[in-house]
Ligand binder design. Sequence first.
Ligand code: ADP
Ligand code: ADP
Length: 236
Amino acid sequence: KNTIEVKDLDFYYGDFQALHDISLEIPANKVTAFIGPSGCGKSTFLRTLNRMNDLIEGTKVDGEVLIDQKNIYQEGIDIVDLRKRVGMVFQHPNPFPKSIYDNVAYGPRAHGLKDKAKLDKIVEDSLKSAALWDEVKDKLDSSAMGISGGQKQRLCIARALAVNPEILLMDEPTSALDPIATAKIEELIEDLKEEYTIVIVTHSMQQAARISDYTAFFYMGKLIEHGETEKIFEKP
Ligand code: ADP
Ligand code: ADP
């Protein structure tokens, strides 16, 4: 469960083929890092894992992405449910211009939850899981735009966790942050893998070596090497 299995995946932006025949098993409850030079297809590949790429016109996918043994590209798949199970966090923290509370409650409300006590509990639990509760518990009604960049990113993580996902995709979640905020997010990622399967795109080899259990190295749209991080970084 929570394992992602990719089989012979090709991806096209119009006529441009951005991914070539990718096959990869992403282990459950581990941190998997995608690394490689800018433009090699890391973000594109990440976005194929919750069909975020569908939002771009003229794209095409061949191959399979199996989550819980089910191909997410087969007909009749529920995209709303898929995005709920596979959450996403972006490079630039993008909270909604709403209160901290409303940011975290957004997903559960969108899925129809109205019960105030239940929402309160989800907001508290999600903020705790994102290591942000202590810093914001006295200002839940304040605007999310007024907190620091690192806090905004943890808020975005809390917002993703609030709909109870199985998998968390992170696209360079620390590259817009200072070193202290980065260290906090890295520590948080370590804690989160107990409950979630985490996939992180990073341009930093050091970060991949620090926080990932499994590493996939991309070059020009191809998967060049993958394996346990310790082995990938071990040089003879
Ligand atoms: P990053 O390296 O942080 O992913 P980029 O500058 O490569 O950022 O891309 C920023 C945005 O522009 C992304 O949403 C990406 O999908 C889009 N983009 C990148 N390359 C192209 C392109 N050749 N044509 C259209 N959009 C692109
Ligand atoms: P990375 O995340 O490794 O920097 P990307 O996945 O962003 O790489 O980009 C892979 C390739 O796809 C690049 O050549 C990029 O220019 C191209 N690309 C990315 N987004 C788009 C887009 N929206 N439209 C067209 N080409 C894109």
